[in-house]
Design a protein around this ligand. Structure first.
Ligand code: PEP
Ligand code: MN
Length: 358
């Protein structure tokens, strides 16, 4: 893996990193009143806002541009939030740096194009700023990884991947179906990379936000980015999926944060129990391998002596005997039944192969 020296750079004391703010900055009043209401919720650490909006079709609102960056500076000063803005061109990066934006993000439409990602990362070389990388529009893990690698390659170690769902041809309840296996695989491939979810762009509506947020946390995503607007109905972009700060507060009330572990002591205890499981599994696999070895030897023997593979009487004895012993040890009968069947099927398969070898 190419990705190096990632640092977990935000400290939320084990709690998810929560980012909120409008899809787009529309006016000073809208930005500041949204920030004021959001500042009532201590969970929110970062204020987001689109300043330049990538639109699927022309002649729609394309963002307020540079003046919006001044409003974000006021948000920082008045409410203490960190701020984050989407950058889609090198020039956007320069303007954000000039206006003290704290975190940059690459949007889904930018990440699909390695040329664009490269152009942006080229101007980031030597700049010490955190960057968030949204997943590309299409479900292509390599493209996502590639963008993260490009960001990392210019020396940026403070990276967050943002999971915002993927375009799908099939009809779906979601605007961008989450395809959870993709961010989970990303986490597996890049240990130490924080991955947060963006339920707003996954859902595309207001009513599934809680459900998807909870699911993201239960799958150990490291945070959430949820769009919030002081007056969602009149929002110039993504009106259907934005919620008021008050509605966001209601979601926070319902969300259950299941920490991986709660305290150091319980962490040690869990670790100890997991190590026991690891040792037992090791022994179990060794025993299983030895058992299968003997099954092979018996297969060879049966072949030499022209005996049948399946000897019902012997199998009935084994089955009943192991079932009885297992139940005595406190193992569920149903589970034992299934396990013995699987073991027997595998023995028959091995011995049939041996019989059919020339
Ligand atoms: C956004 O966050 O408002 C946005 C445009 O998102 P995405 O790039 O995920 O579509
Ligand atoms: Mn949006």
């Amino acid at each position: 893996m190419e990705i190096q020296k990632l640092t977990k750079w935000f400290d939320t004391d084990g709690l998810p990193l929560i980012i909120s703010g409008p899809c787009s900055a529309e006016s000073e009043e809208q930005v500041l009143s949204t920030a004021k209401e959001l500042s009532k919720y201590k969970e929110i650490k970062v204020f987001r806002s689109g300043i330049w909006k990538p639109r699927t079709r022309p002649n729609y609102f394309e963002g307020v541009g540079e003046p919006g960056l001044k409003w974000l500076k006021e948000v920082k000063e008045q409410y203490g939030f960190k701020t984050t803005v989407e950058v889609a061109k090198p020039h956007h990066v320069e303007l954000c740096l000039d206006h003290d934006v704290d975190i940059l993000w690459l949007g889904a439409r930018t990440v699909v194009n390695p040329f664009s990602v490269q152009e942006i990362t080229d101007v980031l070389r030597g700049v010490d700023i955190p960057v968030m990388v949204k997943n590309p529009v299409n479900p292509d893990l390599k493209l996502w990884l590639g963008a993260i690698e490009r960001v990392n390659k210019v020396g940026i170690n403070r990276i967050i991947a943002v999971h915002r769902g993927f375009y799908s041809l099939s009809k779906s309840l979601f605007r961008n179906p989450p395809m959870w296996e993709i961010p989970i695989e990303l986490k597996r491939l890049v240990p130490g990379l924080p991955v947060i979810s963006d339920p707003s762009h996954i859902c595309g509506n207001r009513n599934m936000l809680y459900q998807i947020s909870q699911k993201a946390l239960d799958l150990e995503m490291d945070g959430l980015m949820i769009e919030s607007h002081i007056d969602p109905i009149s929002a110039l972009t993504d009106s259907e999926q934005q919620i008021t700060p008050y509605e966001l507060g209601k979601i926070f009330d319902k969300l259950v944060i299941r920490r991986e572990t709660t305290t150091n002591a319980s962490h040690d205890k869990l670790q100890e129990m997991r190590e026991k499981i690891d040792r037992l599994d090791e022994e179990m696999l060794q025993t299983l391998a030895r058992r299968l070895e003997i099954v092979k030897e018996i297969g060879d023997f049966k072949k030499q002596k022209n005996l049948t593979i399946l000897q019902i009487k012997r199998w009935s004895y084994v089955f009943e005997d192991r079932l009885e012993k297992g139940v005595e040890l406190g193992i569920e009968r149903d589970f034992l039944n299934k396990m013995l069947e699987i073991l027997h099927d595998e023995s028959i398969r091995i011995q049939t192969d041996i019989m059919n070898e020339d």
